[in-house]
Ligand binder design. Structure first.
Ligand SMILES: [Zn+2]
Length: 254
């Protein structure tokens, strides 16, 4: 059994064939799907997904850094309302993204810190999005670090040193398609990271692994990433699947 710890199954890119796509994943052994939030415009789609797949889909709640705009306070209030209202399995995806836009850097940092505080209060893991913002993300983690801060550094693309730093804040590394890219870099040092710190993810529909690079990603393609980790760690396919699923259970509590 393989666990996809970060997949946007509600994306409109799956509107034409969502049921078939999810069945393909299950046929490939990928049967647990953790669903990150982005902003309130996706909430109903996430709830619908959970309704249709109550045993397979686990929802997160949070405000994505690229959705931190003029109305971020209202969006944050909705996140809090949902977190208080029902069970979610993580606060995510949250973090900082300075690749697209630096206009709201201060608000992004504030929003990230606020949501980390909520996660700690509720004893939930966080799911971190970090793009072109390692220093800024680490600055917030440093100020919020504690025993009850834990989670996943989603789509980890940093250096070996940054990986060690992320792990020092009780984060596991979300590994996906990038590990299969020729220029992805992380495959060069991953064997020096204990596999107990690794979870698998697709970030579907984005970041499809080789040989599907550039195409729409889907959860069934996670088998390619398992194959890559077999090479890196010298463990069997089943061992990689089992250990990374156990790691996901440790984070999410299910
Ligand atoms: Zn994502």
């Amino acid at each position: 059994m393989i666990t996809d710890t970060h997949t946007h199954l509600y994306s409109s890119q799956f509107d034409e064939d969502r049921a078939e796509m999810i069945q393909r994943a299950k046929d490939a052994g990928v049967s647990r799907f953790f669903i990150p939030a982005i902003d309130s415009s996706y909430t109903q789609k996430m709830l619908d997904l959970e309704k249709n797949y109550p045993n397979d889909v686990f929802l997160m709640m949070g405000l994505h850094p690229t959705s931190v705009k003029e109305n971020y306070k209202e969006e944050l209030a909705l996140v809090k309302e949902w977190l208080d209202k029902r069970k979610f399995y993580a606060v995510g995806e949250i973090g900082m993204d300075l690749y697209w836009d630096k206009t709201f850097i201060k608000e992004q940092q504030e929003t990230f810190a606020t949501q980390i505080k909520w996660a700690k209060e509720m004893n939930l893991p966080i799911n971190i999005h970090c793009r072109d913002a390692f220093d800024e993300v680490f600055e917030v983690l440093e100020s919020e670090k504690s025993d009850d801060l834990f989670g996943i550094f989603h789509c980890f693309t940093g250096t070996f040193e940054q990986a060690q730093k992320a792990i020092s804040y009780n984060m596991k590394l979300g590994i996906g398609g990038v590990s299969t890219f020729k220029n992805g870099k992380i495959d060069k040092f991953l064997n020096e990271i204990d596999i107990k710190n690794i979870v698998l993810e697709t970030d579907a529909p984005y970041l499809a692994p080789t040989p599907y690079r550039g195409k729409r990603n889907e959860s069934s393609f996670l088998t390619q990433v398992v194959g890559k980790l077999v090479d890196i760690y010298g463990l069997s396919y089943d061992e990689i699947a089992k250990i990374t699923t156990e790691n996901s259970v440790q984070v999410f509590g299910v």
